[in-house]
Design a protein around this ligand. Structure first.
Ligand code: B16
Ligand code: MG
Length: 231
């Protein structure tokens, strides 16, 4: 690679490796119904990548409801109990297309791979889908305290794999996550819709559209983009 050598790849979990967004929605919807708050799939987009408590705050704001901290903790726990029930039924069949092949290709090429997720349920999800031992490091809601778009989770992941942020590329499906990657000074590949992930350097629909050669091209292209931004 000429302009920019990619040495580390950091993957968001929910929405990039597995589609857990549908389970988050089901559990939040169940809580919203109980609180008589009208919560839609469109509203759910705002919850992607943000922490559990911030997600609850967004839902309460939609319903124009304010609650004491203790009650909010109880509701967040209740939602998580339902969510854990849903994800406990997951298996390796829930791994998104192209994901495993691409990560194995990266590892063979000596590129370090890490998870950078807001979810406190990351260990459970990785275990359910059989990928607990695949990644060189896991930074998640259990070992960071600042939620995306704060860059902490990605900086922590880069530190854990020993690669400087400028040589890391993040794969993200959420607006808040793309912003977190940029705030960390990293390259970012959006996974999903280009209309939604407008700030990502490039956008792909899923990881089956990615391979080592494309990563190299993307790294070089983003390197040039970054250079032009500063020139
Ligand atoms: P939990 P990611 C995020 O995971 C989800 O996108 C977001 O919807 C969720 O609220 C957050 O994890 C916290 O999850 O309640 O399991 O701790 O996309 O950063 O992998
Ligand atoms: Mg995500």
């Amino acid at each position: 690679m000429t302009e920019m050598e990619v040495k580390g790849c950091i993957f968001d979990l929910d929405g990039v490796i597995v589609d857990t967004a549908k389970f988050h929605f089901l559990a939040w919807k169940r809580l919203a119904d109980q609180l008589e708050i009208h919560f839609t799939l469109e509203d759910n987009e705002l919850l992607k990548g943000v922490s559990r408590m911030e997600s609850l705050e967004i839902i309460l704001e939609i319903g124009n409801i304010s609650l004491p901290a203790e009650t909010k903790n109880e509701y967040a726990e209740l939602k998580n109990k339902w969510y854990v029930e849903y994800i406990s039924r997951m298996s390796d069949e829930d791994i998104l297309p192209g994901c495993l092949q691409f990560i194995i290709e990266l590892k063979k090429a000596g590129i370090r791979v890490a998870i950078g997720s807001a979810s406190k349920n990351t260990p459970l999800i990785l275990s359910r889908i059989g990928l607990s031992d695949l990644f060189d490091a896991v930074a998640d809601g259990n070992n960071v305290s600042n939620a995306k778009p704060n860059p902490e989770v990605f900086l922590k992941a880069a530190d854990m794999i020993g690669i400087e942020p400028g040589k890391c590329i993040v794969f993200e499906d959420a607006i808040a996550g793309v912003q977190a990657a940029l705030n960390a000074g990293m390259m970012c590949v959006g996974v999903g819709s280009a209309e939604v992930l407008t700030k990502a350097h490039i956008v792909i629909s899923d990881l089956s559209k990615m391979n080592l050669e494309m990563l190299e091209m993307a790294g070089n292209e983003i390197g040039l983009q970054k250079k032009n931004d500063f020139s």
